[in-house]
Write a protein that binds this ligand. Sequence first.
Ligand SMILES: Cc1cc2nc3c(=O)[nH]c(=O)nc-3n(C[C@H](O)[C@H](O)[C@H](O)COP(=O)(O)OP(=O)(O)OC[C@H]3O[C@@H](n4cnc5c(N)ncnc54)[C@H](O)[C@@H]3O)c2cc1C
Length: 407
Amino acid sequence: MSIRETSYNQIQVAIIGAGLGGLCLAQGLKKNGIGFRVFEKDQSADSRTQGYRIRIDKTGQDALAQCLPQHLYKLFSETSIPSVGVRTLNAQLEQLTDKWIDAWQDGLADEQPDQKANRLTMREILLHDLDGRVHFNKKYFNHEKLADGRVRIHFEDGTSYTADVVVAADGVNSKLSASRFPDNKLVDTGSVCVYGKTFYSVEAQKQIAPALQTGTAVVFEDEVAMIADAMQFDSKPIIINDQDKPAYNLSPTEDYMYWALIGNRSRFGLREEQELTFAPGELDGCLKKVITTWDPALSALFEFANPETLTMVPVKTSLPTDKWESNNVTALGDAIHAMSPAGGLGANTALYDAAILCEGLTRVASGQVNLLAAIAAYEEKMREHSINAINESQQGGQKLYKQASTN
Ligand SMILES: Cc1cc2nc3c(=O)[nH]c(=O)nc-3n(C[C@H](O)[C@H](O)[C@H](O)COP(=O)(O)OP(=O)(O)OC[C@H]3O[C@@H](n4cnc5c(N)ncnc54)[C@H](O)[C@@H]3O)c2cc1C
């Protein structure tokens, strides 16, 4: 079976992966009247935990403003929380004055502070009104070049789709990107990130240090670091059904404290090559290895964490690659440049890519430039921008927890 596009007669773009970058591109293409389809392997938007809060900096906000229709960008702003008040602490909750990570700017000092978004809400906003052009349960299998230059993508369920341009937006372990860009090297940094959510129960509020219950706290301690972000939506209407707007039907969410610990494997008692799959309760043991000596008002953050939200992921990073020859299969986001979450830049870089790729494809659709020239120009900008972001994330990891160098 093959799904054919009928409603647009310009270029057809196939986006593999409905993550933040792929959906931002889809919104931008829709805004500019360009035909697209998005293919996502998951069954639905919320069938996988991809982190809970996501910080969107000025670059990411500008990209969203460019790609989203005004009402959806407004909704993004209304449902996210400006980041103000960053504290740096040690594990005894003493204030540190000599530690700072540039990527986590303090909104009090910034004209355009980072926005802390609930990731699922943001994804639901990005999925809004895509007119049935996002197909879930479609796992990319392989692709072939047709005689007329177009590309046919095959999915694991045996279906296929033919497009003029294919964009790998399928994240860090992208199969499409690995076959299209075999020289692009992805390495495991030997570090891991454990993250979760702690809800504001009465007991949790009594036991957890007040410094962790508002704003942002960054804790630096012996080859491990933690970021905690208070996600308090009280003044934010998370379900918006305004009379003059379509109903957005966003999933309700309650206030929570998001936290993420990052450090070298050995700090969590893990062996170098150990698989990161855990039986229920096992991940707790890894956490305990880190926090035993921490102030009880800090370790309470983990003790009261919702066990279902605990997740551990390996920290991978791409290595900068030389220029390649462009064709009509390209990539954006983690699929082409994964980076450590230590800089908080991965999603922002994916959104940046989406905005500049959308700009290029819009120029193609209006006949200002040919397709291959537009893709080559996009890849040039994307490569330059992402090399800086990878380096900044690497430096962030070194400052935070002495992350080993991958260069
Ligand atoms: C704990 C943590 C915190 C983070 N915090 C931040 C932050 O605050 N700010 C920031 O900028 N970045 C942050 N990041 C990084 C950020 O999450 C990623 O860089 C970002 O999600 C990349 O977006 P993407 O669209 O490229 O890929 P993803 O968001 O990973 O989306 C890829 C999509 O492709 C789908 N897919 C995969 N394989 C296939 C296939 N074969 N066929 C079809 N679909 C497929 C996946 O299911 C997924 O939906 C964080 C990361 C972690 C782990």
